[in-house]
Design a protein around this ligand. Structure first.
Ligand SMILES: *[C@@H]1O[C@H](CO)[C@@H](O)[C@H](O)[C@H]1NC(C)=O
Ligand SMILES: *[C@@H]1O[C@H](CO)[C@@H](O)[C@H](O)[C@H]1NC(C)=O
Length: 350
């Protein structure tokens, strides 16, 4: 009896010591981990990525530390993915597409989209070798429901994971590149344009066919040695913090430009890593394109300006800016009926 209870006591002591020791050891491990987290924290603010933003905003890519991290990059602002994706609008990764037309629009611009669908957009909508999509961001009600309904009817909308606002236009361009990279990486030619543009689709097809073997090029209205606008009231204002240089890098203006398909991936990746800037053309076709040594080619048929109602100008150009939605019908009818004799359109570089 005596012996047995002594043995049990000894066993108990060993057991209790073991449990205690294990708990102490495990706790110290936990402390160590927490401790190192605490130690890491003060280092955060001095590192270039975390100085400007709370840790909650850092994306997995930023944490993994790919490339040289940029303060306030597009990546740090933009949640990837799509609220409405419509990936099926680019069959076979775009291998058989002659042209992809991506149009920036805003949730409230139903009439602009409708006018495009009924005029120049409609002329390519039936083609198998062309695809056309409208790009927008998230909207508040009642616009969001209207967008969903429109998507149900036409199936030609892509919606990114960002709030649709003028100041977020660069995010819209990044979402376009993301969509191309995800669903349409083999497309040969892409037109990026806006919903207040008239696009002469016949001429555009001639233009892209002439350049279908080209690579590493952006075509459009070239802005050469423009200065950043430092007037806060300007729509094109650029703060010295967002762009410090005296001159902007040469860029093709945003209302309409064409890119060769090989540029999708490099432009997308480099745009994500670029510092956020509100002017999408300056950022994508200027700052980023310059960094990647992409050729920016001036083509005079990209007018990208408002012009007088001159039928022949519309008949011999690719893009004209500032077209009110009700004017789309008038212009479309006039270039279709062929009643005005105009010079033949000859693509630049053809
Ligand atoms: C877009 O713009 C709005 C208002 O200008 C802003 O509140 C929002 O955070 C911006 N960014 C994203 C990713 O939605
Ligand atoms: C900047 O914008 C203002 C207001 O729109 C305009 O009057 C001015 O000419 C612009 N400056 C430059 C350098 O483009």
């Amino acid at each position: 009896m005596e012996l047995r209870s002594a043995a049990i006591r000894r066993l108990l002591v060993v057991f209790v010591c073991g449990v205690f020791g294990y708990v102490v050891f495990y706790n110290s491990l936990l402390m160590d981990r927490r401790g190192s987290l605490l130690h890491a924290a003060p280092a955060g603010p001095s590192s270039p990525t975390s100085r400007q933003k709370p840790p909650s905003q850092s994306t997995p890519a930023a944490v993994a530390g790919t490339a040289a991290p940029v303060k306030d990059s597009i990546r740090s602002r933009l949640e990837p993915g799509f609220r409405i994706a419509n990936g099926g609008r680019c069959p076979e990764r775009g291998r058989d597409l002659r042209l992809v037309i991506l149009i920036t629009t805003a949730p409230g611009h139903q009439r602009q989209r409708k006018a495009i669908r009924l005029t120049w957009g409609g002329s390519v909508a039936q083609r198998r070798d062309v695809t056309l999509l409208f790009f927008l961001g998230r909207a508040a009600e009642p616009h969001q429901s209207a967008v969903d309904e429109e998507q149900q009817t036409y199936g030609d909308i892509v919606q990114g994971n960002f709030v649709d606002a003028y100041n977020n236009l660069t995010l819209k361009s990044a979402v376009m590149l993301e969509w191309l990279d995800t669903f349409c990486p083999d497309a040969r030619m892409i037109l990026k344009t806006d919903d207040d543009m008239f696009i002469n689709t016949d001429n555009l097809l001639k233009f892209v066919d002439v350049h279908s073997k080209d690579t590493n090029k952006l075509f459009g209205r070239l802005a050469r040695r423009w200065k950043p606008n430092r007037s806060v009231k300007s729509k094109y204002y650029l703060s010295p913090e967002s762009f410090a240089g005296k001159y902007l890098p040469d860029f093709v203006t945003g209302p309409a430009y064409v890119m060769t398909g090989d540029l999708v991936k490099p432009l997308y990746q480099a745009t994500l890593d670029a510092k956020f800037l509100t002017l999408e053309d300056v950022l994508v076709t200027g700052v980023v394109a310059d960094k990647l040594h992409i050729k920016r080619v001036h083509a005079k048929e990209f007018i990208n300006d408002r012009i007088k109602a001159d039928t022949c100008k519309f008949a011999t150009s690719v893009s004209v800016h500032m077209v009110k939605f009700e004017e789309q019908f008038d212009i479309w009818k006039r270039i279709q009926d062929g009643r005005t004799r105009c010079p033949q359109y000859v693509p630049t570089g053809g």
